[in-house]
Design a protein. Structure first.
Length: 157
């Protein structure tokens, strides 16, 4: 089912596509705050004010989901710590937000690249509900896509 806020739909998203999406997020967020000839200083400041908190919020959630993914891939039926929701923006974000996002997405993409075949069917539990490793990975992609969409809408206003 598609997210009513950002439109992300995990249906049909496989591990390879999820890894590619994760690796693309740092570039896509950075593009929102790049100076351009057609952008005033005020527009750039507005873009940064919308994008950096979104990037850090995505990084925080993706990092947490990466921990859950590691637990699912290594342990038997672990309890997961995240809800799978995209999480909030980080209102006090600064220039480090894009670095945090790059580090988070790289770590989760690298971890996901090490998993194969039946690894994606391994399960963990969120509040008693079974969640597959693939679901945890797609939740990480959703966090990035969700925050990127919100930032993009704010920048494009």
């Amino acid at each position: 089912m598609a997210c009513p806020i950002c439109g992300f739909d995990p249906a049909g998203l496989g591990p390879a596509d999820a890894v590619a999406a994760l690796r693309s997020f740092p570039r896509r967020f950075a593009a929102l705050v790049e100076p351009r000839d057609d952008r005033s200083d005020e527009d750039l400041a507005r873009a940064r004010a919308a994008t950096l908190p979104a990037a850090e919020g995505a990084a925080i959630t993706i990092t947490a989901l990466g921990g859950d993914l590691r637990r699912v891939l290594v342990d038997t039926d672990p309890a997961l710590t995240t809800t799978g929701d995209p999480g909030p923006a980080a209102p006090e974000a600064d220039d480090e937000a894009l670095d945090l996002l790059r580090d988070a997405t790289t770590a989760v993409a690298d971890l996901a690249s090490s998993a194969h075949g039946k690894d994606w069917e391994r399960k963990g539990f969120r509040g008693g509900d079974a969640v597959t490793a693939l679901r945890v990975l797609t939740d990480a992609v959703h966090a990035g896509a969700h925050h990127l969409r919100i930032a993009t809408l704010a920048v494009d206003r």
